[in-house]
Design a protein around this ligand. Structure first.
Ligand code: 1HN
Length: 350
């Protein structure tokens, strides 16, 4: 319907709307343009969190509440455009979690998929279905949907990691299921590193063998920094640089070669000192963590400084360029995994 309406028509329409409202009926023609956009116009905003500032607040929380009492002691990184939604993008949740020496975070499982990216500390662990992943700085650890997981820190120093979960996506589908294990921690059923040895080196157990302990669709849950950083360094030495990405490697699920989890994809990039990436925009709002070095991000015309461990969210369809002042190493996660399955994903290289 044309947006030009006579006063008389307007009055009659308003009367119609008022009359049908109690029947829970509303007119599409008043909202259609806002429902079907010609291109993404995210309610989320670009935002950068200083790690040092967030860390101070997290340590203060550590003085006030235990990990066990909180169940998970986490400061949510809430997008300023999505207040009250516990979301960093419309589809993803992110937070910074602290486990102090001697603490545990009790065992539970849920339909939400989670990843952890280690920011600080060395040697605490997450137990995934009875197997410890001993966490070192900048390791990536997964807790796929419905796998039991608890955390513990038996080291002398605090352990802090970034949590990324598909909470808003699961909320969208009304498909949240969760349960607590009666025990605080899951019994250790296999030695740490077992799964990494079986699935982490481009190999897998012989099919049908007793070694098929992990779910076949999601066997691997630990991607150590030592391995991915070396791969990135060797890529940077030998390969031509991608003008839009720098040197980039995506983490994959060895079961199918696809993204690490059904809803969340993750990758790392190395941008050599002095490199400026050509502008690019994608439909997956992305969360970046600076692993190494410093530089700037130019997002939709606005420049932002990036230092080690800083976290930045770039919503869908925002033009993005990075400039590396020193060698700049980035970790990134997004909902690209879900978007590709739904045939929604798009990118534009400018
Ligand atoms: C969760 O299970 C963890 O296991 C962290 O560490 C954050 C936020 C919401 C729901 C579940 C964890 C979470 C979470």
């Amino acid at each position: 319907m044309s947006s030009l309406k006579s006063n008389d028509q307007r009055v009659q329409l308003e009367q119609l709307y008022d009359a049908m409202a109690p029947e829970h009926l509303t007119p599409l023609w008043e909202v259609l343009h806002a429902l079907v956009l010609p291109e993404p116009s995210s309610p989320a905003k670009v935002h950068t969190w200083s790690y040092e500032a967030a860390r101070d607040f997290l340590m203060r929380a550590g003085d006030l509440i235990s990990a066990e009492q909180a169940e998970r002691r986490v400061l949510i990184l809430e997008n300023p455009g999505l207040e009250g939604q516990s979301a960093i993008t419309p589809s993803l949740y992110a937070g910074l979690q602290l486990i102090l020496p001697g603490e545990i975070a009790p065992c539970h499982r849920h339909t939400q998929c989670a990843l952890r990216f280690v920011m600080e500390g060395d040697g605490a662990y997450t137990t995934v279905d009875g197997e410890k992943a001993i966490m070192r700085p900048f390791d990536l650890v997964l807790t796929p949907g419905m796998q039991w997981h608890d955390h513990a820190n038996h080291t002398a120093k605090p352990m802090i990691w970034l949590d990324g979960l598909d909470i808003p996506t699961v909320r969208l589908f009304d498909a949240s299921f969760a349960e607590r294990l009666p025990e605080q921690v899951h019994p250790e059923t296999v030695a740490a590193g077992d799964t990494l040895a079986r699935y982490g080196g481009n190999m897998r157990p012989m099919r049908g063998s007793l070694a098929d302990r992990r779910p076949s669709h999601q066997p691997l849950f630990h991607y150590p920094y030592s391995a991915w950083r070396q791969n990135l360094a060797e890529l940077a030495n030998s390969a031509e640089i991608d003008p839009h990405l720098g040197h980039a490697l995506e983490f994959i699920n060895p079961a199918d070669g696809g993204p690490v989890m059904p809803t969340i994809a993750a990758h790392v990039r190395l941008l050599p000192a002095g490199f400026t990436s050509a502008p690019r925009r994608t439909s997956d709002g992305t969360i970046f963590v600076v692993v190494e070095g410093h530089g700037t991000a130019l997002v939709a015309g606005q420049e932002r400084a990036l230092g080690v461990r800083d976290i930045m969210v770039v919503p869908s369809w925002h033009e993005l360029q990075f400039t590396a002042e020193t060698d700049l190493v980035l970790f990134a996660m997004s909902d690209k995994a879900a978007q590709e399955k739904l045939r929604l994903y798009r990118e534009e290289r400018l």
